[in-house]
Ligand binder design. Structure first.
Ligand SMILES: [Mn+2]
Length: 326
């Protein structure tokens, strides 16, 4: 390693590039890092004055799993990047881990679950191939609170932090003995991890449901938690196919979004939050002056996106950088 990279490693980062869900697409990752001015030195992508932060969901979908994992872990291990856990890393551990009492896998080996995980299983065919990466996934923090900004995979949700705190190590990774509990459906820790890594949902008003894109009846609605102002629940609830769900929208419109409801569901902080997970489309834009999603569906045909943060407390859409759509 040359002296320049040694200096850069120890220099205080002047900014952070928060990178969205890579989902096994190494070509898009290389293109984005290059576009951001990162160069490979001593086998590790690095920038003289900046660090990368990955929001999780490195795996599944794309078929360049090993290249993505090797690239990102080398950056993390050398101090050139930070990372938070995505729901796909969490599920990968659950898929491979047997419950100590029941002997069942923590994440059920159903056809649907397997389909979501197939690219990872194909690219790393044996347990020996997967084990080192699964061990690494177990060490990833659920969130990063860096003082001037915050990073989490799906949703910054204080009530869930309160529930999950006893299950976390000081670095916010899950404790070794927490895994069986957080995969136990219906428990408070299970729900907390769902909220943080998949986003908060709210029960529909009594007796009201809606149908999703696949025509499936649903009794819980996804919340646009980054919206802090709302008159009714309809303003912050995301009902798909609104044309078919007007009665559900009307029912949500009758629920007043008082301070208690907003405190329970919506982000109340003044500190910028970055996250991924939501498979957005179109031109990258901030969601509010304090919140930005960096997932623009790189796992499918979208570009890989980064937000280039340099200390601002009010976010701006001109700071997005994209690469490698298609
Ligand atoms: Mn995700």
């Amino acid at each position: 390693m040359d002296s320049k990279s040694n200096v850069s490693k120890n220099a205080l980062a002047e900014g952070f590039d928060i990178i969205g869900d890579v989902h096994g697409k190494a070509d898009k990752l290389f293109a984005l890092l290059k576009g951001l001015g990162y160069t490979k030195q001593g086998g590790v992508y690095q920038h003289p004055t900046r660090k990368a932060i990955f929001v999780g969901d490195l795996i599944d979908n794309g078929h360049q799993t090993l290249a993505v994992l090797e690239t990102v872990k080398a950056m993390v291990d050398s101090g050139n990047a930070l990372i938070t856990m995505g729901n796909h890393e969490l599920n990968a551990v659950g898929w491979a881990t047997m419950h100590s009492v029941t002997g069942k896998y923590l994440r059920e080996h159903s056809a649907t679950n397997q389909a979501h995980h197939q690219a990872f299983l194909d690219d790393l065919p044996t347990l020996e191939d997967r084990r080192p990466w699964l061990e690494w996934f177990k060490t990833l923090p659920l969130y990063l609170d860096l003082g001037d900004f915050r990073v989490i995979h799906a949703c910054w949700h204080e009530p869930s932090f309160a529930v999950i705190k006893p299950y976390l190590n000081p670095d916010n990774s899950l404790r070794a003995n927490a895994w069986e509990t957080i995969f136990e459906e219906g428990t408070a820790p299970f729900n907390a991890v769902e909220n943080l890594l998949k986003g908060v949902e709210e029960s529909m008003p009594e007796g009201v449901s809606f149908v999703d894109h696949k025509g499936k009846e649903r009794w819980e609605v996804r919340i646009s938690w980054w919206l802090r102002e709302a008159e009714t629940l309809a303003d912050i609830a995301h009902i798909p196919v609104p044309g078919q769900n007007q009665p559900a929208i009307d029912a949500l419109g009758k629920v007043t979004a008082d301070n208690n409801l907003l405190k329970r569901l919506a982000y109340q902080g003044d500190c910028p939050v970055f996250f991924g997970h939501y498979w957005l489309a179109g031109t990258p834009a901030i969601l509010t002056p304090k919140t930005a999603c960096v997932d623009y569906s790189a796992g499918r045909n979208g570009p890989l996106v980064a937000y280039r943060w340099s200390g601002e407390s009010t976010l701006t859409s001109t700071n997005f950088v994209t690469a490698g759509a298609g």
